[in-house]
Write a protein that binds this ligand. Structure first.
Ligand SMILES: Cc1cc2nc3c(=O)[nH]c(=O)nc-3n(C[C@H](O)[C@H](O)[C@H](O)COP(=O)(O)OP(=O)(O)OC[C@H]3O[C@@H](n4cnc5c(N)ncnc54)[C@H](O)[C@@H]3O)c2cc1C
Ligand SMILES: NC(=O)C1=CN([C@@H]2O[C@H](COP(=O)(O)OP(=O)(O)OC[C@H]3O[C@@H](n4cnc5c(N)ncnc54)[C@H](OP(=O)(O)O)[C@@H]3O)[C@@H](O)[C@H]2O)C=CC1
Ligand SMILES: CC(C)=CCC[C@@H](C)[C@H]1CC[C@H]2C3=C(CC[C@]12C)[C@@]1(C)CC[C@H](O)C[C@@H]1CC3
Length: 501
């Protein structure tokens, strides 16, 4: 009999064969199909009329649900493998699905008002490729191409511009939703403001988003990016804080490669690059971005480059931060990059769809994909904690402004507060790491630091603990007002680790 350990080893070691010979060609076909479809929709259809028809279809599905015995709450019909998360949303199998997937068009841009209106399944890649040639961008561009606007709005999203603009949702002007009674409502900070403020982090438990209006800002062609290699954690803390507080910086982030080795990156928009320092990092033959960043630790303490804006925005797409190296370990080899780099990465959804149970178990036991949000003042404590209990490097360090607004997540003191997101993606090396025990203990510790976690990864906390850490007061009121109790589950029932596994 083949031992389980041997099977695990083979499946993990040779997964690249499936990826290169099957998933990459499928990804290419999918991208071509999707691109052509988007062009046709954009140029041939009346997107606004089409939008109204799509919304009517969502409303009629909700009205169909009303006619049932209402024993099953509703969720979106999007299959779990399509979502940008490691875990399977098991709750979907016991809920009533409402199909929203046709809602994937960019509806309009209003350059005078500086807004763009989109449907929820528009992806980040789609949006930046539409806005940039027109000279615009959204303030917070999530760096992985396939993440959807809807998933980010009702979940959470931040990026290296978040020290200035806060979270993705802080730059949304209005939302359009279909509610539990099938009615259509629009909300903004001045109209139905309670609903507007409580949509972020609510995970689709208040209604179905059908359109989002987002603020746009002028964009420049390049980012002037400074790389600063730092040798100690106190140094990183000091410089990160200083640079994040400086609003003249358009982008601030860091990658820690070990507890005492990190590279801080500070970016500003610019139109006229120094040609001798140009680096189009998005080209197919270029090294994975995080490896390029790592090279500054040994090469130079300080460097400066000019990066085309689209390349900068999607800098982590090619290597899925650094997750792809566990799947295609030779993917950063120059020969591979020259021959097949243009096909990378395989679609995350296809990776999920084709992963076997053994691979899934391996990821569950020996891998973390988590983002923890803590006040900047706690950076040193939490990094120490991670180092002793988890030890995953590289670690993504992204400062962001947690705005003092009503809703599920806000700072303890009634003022905008500088927080930092610590992204842990990889294989824990700490002795004694145990997927459930370690992460549960960490969640308790996080609560003490007045921290939060990105809920896409799922939580081990009990419902009571969860309600203490995430302020449910406004959420509960809005849910009763909108009669959500039978129509939608509560957030916890979508994000706890029993139903998100
Ligand atoms: C935030 C930041 C911005 C930088 N910007 C530039 C730049 O625009 N142009 C350029 O040529 N070089 C820049 N550097 C690089 C810096 O000038 C070199 O790292 C420095 O010259 C290295 O000297 P060293 O080897 O003697 O000191 P190290 O041993 O590298 O550093 C000694 C201490 O000084 C701190 N330090 C180093 N440089 C700075 C700085 N500029 N500001 C505050 N503290 C610092 C370090 O964090 C460390 O605590 C920057 C560095 C940092 C941290
Ligand atoms: N830089 C960053 O901040 C990044 C963040 N992420 C996170 O990854 C997550 C996954 O993204 P993605 O794959 O796009 O989204 P998902 O399909 O995973 O959806 C996430 C949640 O949003 C709900 N949802 C999605 N669309 C709608 C809608 N139109 N109306 C109501 N609810 C909706 C889903 O509800 P249901 O459960 O009913 O399907 C689900 O609970 C995001 O939540 C984001 O936080 C990922 C990468 C980068
Ligand atoms: C920047 C923020 C807030 C989050 C980034 C999260 C990503 C690193 C993960 C989101 C989805 C994850 C998946 C995988 C790796 C890590 C993510 C891209 C896999 C590709 C790992 C291999 C598995 O077999 C499939 C996973 C799908 C989801």
């Amino acid at each position: 009999m083949v031992s389980e350990a041997f099977l695990e080893h083979v499946l993990k070691k040779y997964r690249w064969i499936i990826v290169i010979f099957i998933l990459l060609p499928l990804t290419l076909l999918y991208d071509i199909y999707y691109y052509v479809r988007q062009q046709v929709i954009q140029y041939l259809k009346d997107t606004n009329q089409d939008h109204q028809d799509k919304v009517k279809l969502v409303q009629s599905q909700v009205r169909d649900w009303i006619k049932t015995d209402q024993s099953k709450p509703m969720c979106t019909g999007r299959a779990g493998w399509k979502s940008m998360t490691l875990r399977e949303p098991k709750y979907k199998s016991t809920m009533y699905p409402v199909d929203l997937e046709a809602l994937d068009a960019i509806l309009s841009i209003d350059e005078a008002k500086k807004t763009v209106r989109v449907e929820p399944y528009v992806t980040m890649g789609q949006l930046t490729r539409y806005l940039l040639p027109k000279g615009w961008t959204i303030p917070v561009v999530i760096e992985l191409d396939d993440v959807t606007v809807g998933g980010i709005v009702v979940g959470q999203g931040l990026e290296s511009s978040s020290h200035k603009y806060g979270m993705f949702q802080n730059n949304c002007i209005s939302y359009e939703l279909v509610l539990s009674d099938g009615s259509l409502v629009s909300c903004s900070k001045d109209n139905e403001s309670d609903l507007f403020h409580v949509i972020p982090w609510s995970y689709g438990t208040l209604g179905f988003l059908t359109a989002i209006e987002i603020q746009i800002i002028p964009v420049k062609k390049y980012v002037q990016l400074q790389y600063v290699a730092l040798k100690t954690l106190p140094d990183l803390e000091h410089h990160l804080k200083k640079e994040a507080e400086n609003k003249a910086n358009d982008f601030v982030e860091a990658i820690m490669f070990s507890k005492d080795q990190s590279v801080l990156m500070i970016g500003t928009f610019c139109d006229i690059p120094d040609p001798s320092k140009m680096n189009p990092i998005g080209r197919w033959y270029k090294p994975w971005f995080f490896e390029h960043v790592r090279s500054f630790i040994t090469r130079k303490k300080y460097a400066e480059e000019y990066i085309p804006i689209l390349d900068y925005y999607h800098r982590y797409t090619k290597a899925l931060f650094w997750e792809i190296r566990d799947i295609v370990s030779f993917g950063n080899h120059p020969l591979f990059r020259f021959l097949l780099g243009w096909l990378m990465p395989p679609k995350v959804s296809l990776l999920k769809l084709t992963q076997t149970q053994t691979i899934k178990n391996l990821y569950d036991k020996h891998h973390v994909v988590e983002d923890y949000l803590v006040p900047m003042t706690q950076l040193r404590s939490i990094v120490d904690y991670f180092h002793h209990n988890i030890e995953v490097y590289p670690m993504w360090i992204c400062p962001f402004l947690l705005k003092d607004l009503p809703g599920l997540v806000h700072p303890e003191n009634a003022e905008d507060t500088l927080y930092v997101d610590l992204g842990l993606y990889g294989e824990p090396k700490a002795e004694g790491y145990h997927s459930k025990k370690t992460i549960s203990a960490l969640e308790t510790y996080l609560g003490k630091l007045r921290g939060f976690q990105m809920l896409y990864a799922g939580v081990y906390q009990s419902k009571e603990e969860f309600r203490v850490n995430y302020d449910h007061s406004l959420y509960d009121r809005v849910r009763s007002k909108l009669d959500c109790n039978h129509a939608f589950p509560v957030i916890y029932d979508k994000v706890n680790r029993v139903v998100r596994d």
